[in-house]
Design a protein around this ligand. Structure first.
Ligand SMILES: [Cu+2]
Length: 159
């Protein structure tokens, strides 16, 4: 009984880990790791984008904008708790990428928001997204679409 359960658990962990092999892109001193998104329901107009960005250089950089053909607009967001309520805020000045540090964009924290989706994000899609950095310029990476159950963002809404 235990063995069966453990085998099933191992199998599900493996399945969950597989998409993480996705992609590593470097742009000068910037290393962009594991860009991913979540599948969306029909009619859903916004979706989240997640990735890790490591600045391996000695000079700070900044993610200042992003765009994608699948959305009218891609915004940089931050999840905050205000009066006990989770809210998402647009970071209009972009996201600082300090020298020597990794910044994680993940559910519940910083993330990209695909606003005005032109079609649903489907499992297995690789969405092209162009990231624009203050120093490094534009870099296009592909966001792998993972199952909606991959993680759960608890609450959060756009003002
Ligand atoms: Cu958001």
């Amino acid at each position: 009984m235990h063995i069966t359960t453990r085998a099933a658990l191992a199998a599900s962990l493996f399945a969950a880990a597989t998409p993480l092999l996705a992609q590593l892109v470097t742009a000068g001193p910037l290393r962009i790791d594991q860009p991913w998104s979540r599948q969306t329901a029909p009619g859903q107009k916004a979706g989240g984008g997640f990735l890790n960005i490591t600045n391996q250089g000695r000079i700070d950089d900044r993610l200042i904008a992003a765009s994608s053909p699948i959305a009218n607009e891609v915004q940089i967001h931050r999840m905050t708790v205000e009066d006990g309520v989770m809210k998402m805020r647009q970071m209009t000045d972009g996201l600082a990428l300090p020298a020597g540090k990794t910044v994680a964009l993940k559910p519940g924290g910083y993330h990209l928001m695909f606003m005005g989706l032109k079609r649903p994000l489907e499992l297995g899609d690789n969405i092209p997204v162009t990231l624009r950095f203050q120093r490094q310029g534009a870099v296009t990476v592909r966001f792998k679409v993972r199952p909606i159950t991959a993680t759960s963002v608890s609450g959060g809404r756009h003002d």
